[in-house]
Design a binder for this molecule. Structure first.
Ligand SMILES: C[S@@+](CC[C@H](N)C(=O)[O-])C[C@H]1O[C@@H](n2cnc3c(N)ncnc32)[C@H](O)[C@@H]1O
Length: 303
């Protein structure tokens, strides 16, 4: 993990050395509207220009069939119940400047999220609870490395019944889809995951490979470590299951993953657990040092 701004890190030998070799850049960039407050930097149009300026340089780090996945939460205008479109505008500018294709949009639904924005949802009751983030998957190639067989979901009870009974109604559905006589009779080991992910900490319906991320132990270790060592807990940690899902879907063991806005290094920990190599960059030394708590067992084993 490099401590410093990604703008500077991109000039550093560690990142120059991996140009054209990164299989996945997975990140959740700083939030546009609070950026001034938290990081003393760009807002509005300047934020857009700043993110856009990073796109070509990050894109150049990608392996020919590498992917860039960006998670962006919904953001709101200050003081009014109106959503900001800045995050989306910045994303489109990033896509253009990085010469990237949009492979797919994913929605990550977190039903356990506390009601927000509190003023408009809880107090005035004039907006609904904001409970999902956008995940944008982009790449330079039309066919980036990806295999949905690595992230199969457990079959539903109904599907298990079909596989067992080998009986279902084939033919044309009202939607026009033609259901073949045997298409549903093969057991592929699980169901293809949809692009709406529901990844809550206690979700039993996670892909098999990701059950290791469904508990809270990694986060518990991290919180305990920050408490004991006096580090601030990162206030905007992404869900470990989301990082794990995309890493598993878009890379293979041994591949290299980069998070340019590493925060508490959720990406690095998920990558390490799935036997991928990783690099993270984080501007705040305190967040970066606190993230060591995620790796406590590995550090103890190595000692
Ligand atoms: C939304 S958070 C990422 C959270 C992270 N995904 C996690 O799970 O902990 C964005 C992070 O970007 C960092 N940051 C802001 N500006 C940066 C810059 N120019 N270079 C590198 N990191 C930066 C912030 O300190 C913050 O930790």
């Amino acid at each position: 993990m490099l401590i410093g701004r990604i703008e500077d890190a991109l000039e550093h030998d560690n990142l120059r050395a991996v140009a054209g070799k990164v299989n996945l850049i997975f990140t959740s960039p700083p939030f546009p509207l609070v950026r001034k407050k938290r990081y003393g930097n760009e807002t509005g149009e300047q934020y857009l220009k700043w993110l856009e300026s990073l796109a070509p340089r990050l894109s150049d780090l990608l392996a020919p069939q590498g992917s860039i996945v960006i998670e962006i939460g919904n953001s709101w205008e200050p003081g009014v119940p109106v959503m900001s479109t800045l995050g989306l505008e910045a994303l489109l500018a990033f896509k253009r400047a990085g010469n990237l294709h949009l492979c797919q949009q994913l929605i990550c639904h977190n039903p356990a999220r506390l009601p927000s924005p509190a003023q408009w949802v809880n107090v005035n009751r004039e907006r609904l609870k904001d409970s999902f983030t956008h995940v944008w998957w982009m790449s330079r190639d039309h066919h980036p490395k990806a295999d949905n067989r690595r992230v199969l979901l457990p079959y539903s009870g109904h599907m298990k019944g079909l596989l067992k009974s080998k009986k279902y109604n084939s033919g044309v559905r009202p939607s026009g889809h033609v259901i073949s006589t045997s298409g549903f009779l093969t057991d592929h080991g699980g169901a293809i995951a949809p692009n709406v992910l529901r990844i809550s900490e206690d979700d039993a319906a996670l892909p098999e490979a990701l059950l290791q991320f469904s508990g809270t132990s990694a986060d518990f270790k991290y919180r305990e470590y920050c408490k004991t060592h006096g580090h601030e807990l990162h206030p905007a940690r992404m869900q470990m299951g989301l990082a794990g899902f995309l890493i598993e879907f878009l890379t293979e063991p041994g591949d290299l993953i980069l998070d340019p806005f590493g925060g508490s290094n959720t990406t690095g920990y998920a990558a390490e657990s799935l036997k991928r190599r990783w690099l993270s960059v984080e501007a705040s030394a305190d967040y970066a040092l606190g993230s060591r708590g995620r790796f406590i067992e590995q550090e103890e084993k190595a000692a």
